[in-house]
Ligand binder design. Sequence first.
Ligand code: GLU
Length: 448
Amino acid sequence: MSYISEVIEQTKLRNPGQPQFMQTVEEVLGSIAPAVEQNEKKLRKNVILERLVEPDRQIIFRVPWMDDNGVYHVNTGYRVQFNNAIGPYKGGLRFQKDVNLDTMKFLAFEQTFKNSLTSLPMGGGKGGSDFDPTGKSDDEIMRFCQSFMNELYRHIGPNMDVPAGDMGVGGREIGYLFGQYKKIVGDYENGVLTGKGLSYGGSLIRPEATGFGATYFLDEVLKHEGQTIEGKTFCLSGFGNVAWGASKKIDELGGKVVTLSGPDGFIYDPDGVTGEKIDYLLEMRASNRNRVQDYSDKFGCDFVAGKKPWGNVKADIYMPCARQNEILLEDAKAMVAMGVPILNEVSNMPTTNEALAYLQAHGVLVTPSKAVNAGGVATSGLEMSQNSERLSWQAEEVDRQLKNIMKGIHNQICDALDTYGLPYNPVAGANLAGFKKVADAMLAQGIY
Ligand code: GLU
């Protein structure tokens, strides 16, 4: 049995009931074979793959909180500190009702490679809770965040672990989390969290960064294929921060976004998501209603209940911006049947491994989310630099650096593929490039 297969088998045995984590382990390890084969003896001796798939630590804690009626509730909080070979643990916090340890581990594992691709010194971590923000009042959100931080604070710090937002955690939540951290620790260490408000150490462009970065990355991919964003139509899923930033940048570059989605269904706006419609997405997110139908109610376009855009609307590019496993095998088949040539993955692990294999076998160009959405965490890295220098950069400066980073990620992917003589396949290239840097740092630092 090959070294990779051995490690996959061991990992399965040690992580029963964690399908999402196994999915990403199989996806990553499955594409780094050329790198592993070249250095197998050294990697085996240093148990690199075995250490790579085992988190440094997994913290699970109780989060009690009181609702507006004075009734107490208890949720579970998590922080998985996966790998800090190249920098302090870094990654978002997700508040969503179906969050569990499996979700946290798959996200923290992906984050390790994603952060490595940014070329900034950040390790991989992820956290969150099964708390459901839908329908919660501002006060309830504040009390939940405070209670969550009452435990989290002892595990994080500007040089130790730097959380940020993810689904269900935006600027408002980061504000409450930071307020409580400061209160407990008694120090103004605002480098402990990123995605902060501008008035207390946040970075310009951070809210837009994931969507902007995803569009910049796609632009590099299209350039490689001799194409441009201008004139292309896009089906997006989601309507949160990521879909908002992407819609803004796609619109600016002359593309047209025609769908968005939510847990309730999807909207189809053939005139394009532009201008005030893009701004309205922010209101929809802030309302905590978690309904995309609000968009069609306001702007009078079609709403299709209970469905996803995939296979229902034809476009030049599909861009899932909502959540994991939203492109299943049946969606992949519908996409191929409809002749959609490009899947730009934005949300973390949106495509199941069987759907990915089907798409690639049928000539669809798939880009890897760990590269595409890395602009968010990269800009968090820039926020950390600004905090430690005690200054703030102009929006143009942050945007320029973000663009360079995304271009750099695409270059690294191409270089990694060239090194192993492989054809253009950004999914494999991202895994190879991310793995190389993390493995080199782990080798240099010895076994611990
Ligand atoms: N949650 C985002 C991600 O998955 C951002 C993480 C961060 O900025 O630390 O990359």
